[in-house]
Write a new protein. Sequence first.
Length: 335
Amino acid sequence: MAKAKRPTLSNSLAELVGEASLTAQAPVAPDERVTELPHDVLEPNPYQPRRHFDQTALEQLAFSISTHGLLQPLLVRPVADGRYQIVGGERRWRAVQLMSNPEQPLTVEGRLLVWNKDTQRLPVVIREVPDEEMRVLAAVENLQRTDLNVIDEVDATVALISAALGISEDEVSSTLSRLVRTPDEAQVQALDTLFGQLGRGGWKSFFKNKLRIRRLPSEVLTAMREQGLDYRKATLLGSSNNEEQRRELLAMALQGASLETLDGELKRRSQPEETAPLKALELSRAVGRKLASKTVVTGLSASRQKRLERLLTQLNQLFDEQENEERGRGRKTEI
């Protein structure tokens, strides 16, 4: 049985951008209309490339919604049990969620955001959207934003490349690597068109400079996606091959340590410790210089001179023991 071919991206990404923009415009299809749904029957897009939503930005958006209401409908699709998944407009839904618990009132700029009728039901456009189209629409909508986390940007771009070339997301890295070495005209044209319409540089630059982010250790990627870890800090932490060291530095980063602090700490921890023989040699030289000075030795108090004699006796015994052991090994070798 022939393997089903994955859906491919439209030749014109502008069509998809227009689809994604339904979240900001009135519906255009004849059979569509704006309706209202309770906020608590909606759930996030499972294909949402954005994992981290800035709390301050959400609070400011909630402030705007509380003041002006929701001026733009959300795009949703029906799922089981009378619930709906958000295709576009998740930030607005999350902002409303901040005002949804009367036991934890939200105050922004000194103003209490009131939980009222206008925020209990949200304007939506309901549409049947297949999984693949939903993934692409979410990626396009997020890539239009300027505040997208780098790892979320990479994930969204990978989703679009996957759709454009008809391959799985796991195959994107190896496919781009192959195309750099051995270009395929049709696939290269599809990528050139995609990245030209996205306006985010070329696909080769993406492969070389950003796609490698996905190869960072899993705990670093998780921190980027879920806790907004800065891309530069993540790259620095990913350069450490010591798992325990990386985990400790990651904790420091999430607690607010600067890039310079993390870099200095990583360099400090990466320096090899001096070996015991080198430490002993340096110490013996320093002590030898002091013992060679008559002024230093005679300047010690009587009690300290006695301590010095005991220590020197112990040192002498230490060397005698070593010499005796070496002599013993020498005799065994002769036999």
